[in-house]
Design a protein around this ligand. Structure first.
Ligand code: AP5
Length: 209
């Protein structure tokens, strides 16, 4: 299965992608996580991406498209993948659509007011990327990732002013993809304000299971 997860920053794409990847046994590919791993490793790609990410802007298409297309051609994607955070512009969608036939684009729909509240409580694992929340998804041991035991951090781009910029960029450049995949009859929309498990069930049902 080849899936795209659409949705505003903080809508729960990463949270749902982890669950769906386990369920369908396909890799979860987050362009944000790939960039963050490169920043941590001080690679040339990381250096290029960092200034855009810190400001809540998109990394340019010329960098992002090639990186993603290389990743989905790796061996673990032979049975499909879940894309979290890609495509984010019409140019990225066109590049993907010209090479790949995705099964569905799932829009996790959450209003901006809820997003701002969620981001203020988010904690993430810097090693495996697993997202947590101080109220909605608390780790078994405070401040420690359940999956890999690393110490959780607050993402730099979760500062309130950067979150507002990311939302503005989302509405301007990424939200048009909802109509794009609707026109291709690939769009599935779910109410992302429900609790975590209910959102997963809504996606699975919408995908026809
Ligand atoms: P990226 O890492 O992709 O960030 P994002 O899309 O802004 O999404 P987030 O990771 O912030 O949120 P999410 O939807 O995954 O929500 P989560 O599950 O964590 O991108 C970061 C940056 O990288 C971009 O700004 C850009 O600069 C660059 N970039 C990445 N891809 C790019 C591309 N294709 N092109 C150009 N640039 C790119 O959930 C959020 C919080 O809510 C968590 O605390 C979670 O526990 C909680 N939560 C989740 N679901 C629920 C629920 N149902 N109820 C209550 N709480 C919930």
């Amino acid at each position: 299965m080849k899936l795209i997860l659409l949705g505003a920053p903080g809508a729960g794409k990463g949270t749902q992608a982890t669950r769906l990847a386990e369920r369908y046994q396909i890799p979860h590919i987050s362009t944000g996580d790939i960039f963050r791993a490169n920043i941590k490793g001080n690679t040339p790609l990381g250096m290029q991406a960092k200034s855009y990410m810190d400001q809540g802007q998109l990394v340019p298409d010329e960098i992002t498209i090639g990186m993603l297309m290389d990743r989905i051609h790796e061996a673990d994607c032979s049975n499909g993948y879940i894309l979290d955070g890609f495509p984010r512009t019409l140019a990225q969608a066109d590049a993907l659509d010209s090479k790949e036939e995705v099964d569905a684009a799932v829009n996790v729909d959450v209003p901006d007011e809820t997003i701002v509240k969620r981001m203020s409580g988010r904690r993430v694992c810097p090693k495996c990327g697993e997202p947590y929340h101080t109220k909605y998804k608390v780790p078994a041991q405070e401040g420690i990732c359940d999956r890999c035991g690393s110490e959780l951090i607050i993402r730099k781009d979760d500062e309130p002013a950067t979150v507002l910029m990311r939302l503005e960029v989302y509405h301007d450049q990424t939200a048009p993809l909802i109509q794009h995949y609707g026109n291709l009859n690939k769009l599935v929309s779910v109410d992302g304000t429900q609790e975590l498990e209910a959102v997963t069930q809504a996606i699975v049902q919408a995908l026809g299971e």
